[in-house]
Design a protein around this ligand. Structure first.
Ligand code: FMN
Length: 183
């Protein structure tokens, strides 16, 4: 699996997602955008190097010679978490000038699974049109909207549940509260 982190708010979500993959022994490769590095610094206490250490392999955001830039490199699933409106726009318009947008372009052309944890609010018509365009191509548009029905007490509860719902989308087993089991 390929995971990319872009410069939208929600770095905590990305870190929890990577930690959960690691805990479950699921291998993944990682690309962090230039702007994501800045947001990680602003929003968390983590150092980018600590986040990179969670991955089995990391790639430079600007390295368009890296394996995920080619359809011949077999990656079945890609998750962009969080996905900025800028990266969303680039993907929706086939503007592949960095390794994240190029890898996403490859996922679409090769008809592989691409999940975008898009993060912005409110959404403009531009954002919505870009999402609609990609949804029609089979891309999963999954904004990290809290499941209020789990009655979360902390942000940690919300993040855990959101990550679990992404695991569901990936067909992985998630240990989360589910509708029908809520007390
Ligand atoms: C602290 C911070 C929070 C941001 N939050 C968002 C956001 O939630 N959604 C978004 O689309 N852009 C957000 N941005 C703007 C993006 O970082 C900016 O558009 C950037 O060009 C995205 O580049 P990237 O997609 O290559 O990482 C934020 C920027 C900063 C500094």
């Amino acid at each position: 699996m390929l995971v990319a982190i872009t410069g939208a708010s929600g770095a905590q979500l990305a870190i929890k997602f990577l930690q959960s993959l690691k805990e479950k022994g699921i291998e993944f490769e990682l690309i962090i955008s230039k702007n994501a590095k800045q947001v990680i610094e602003l929003e968390t206490k983590y150092d980018v190097s600590e986040i990179n250490e969670l991955a089995n392999k990391t790639y430079d955001f600007n390295d368009l010679t890296a394996p995920p830039a080619s359809g011949s490199y077999l990656i079945e699933k890609m998750v962009i978490i969080p996905c900025s409106m800028k990266t969303l726009s680039a993907i929706a318009n086939g503007y592949s000038d960095n390794l994240i947008t190029r890898a996403a372009d490859v996922m679409i052309k090769e008809k592989r699974k691409l999940i975008l944890i898009v993060r912005e609010s409110p959404l403009s018509a531009i954002h919505l049109e870009n999402m609609l365009k990609l949804a029609r191509l089979g891309v999963v548009i999954a904004p990290p909207i809290p499941s209020y029905y789990i009655k979360p007490k902390t942000i940690k509860d919300i993040i855990k549940n959101t990550v679990g719902r992404i695991f569901d989308l990936l067909g992985l087993k998630a240990d989360i509260k589910r509708w029908g089991q809520i007390e």
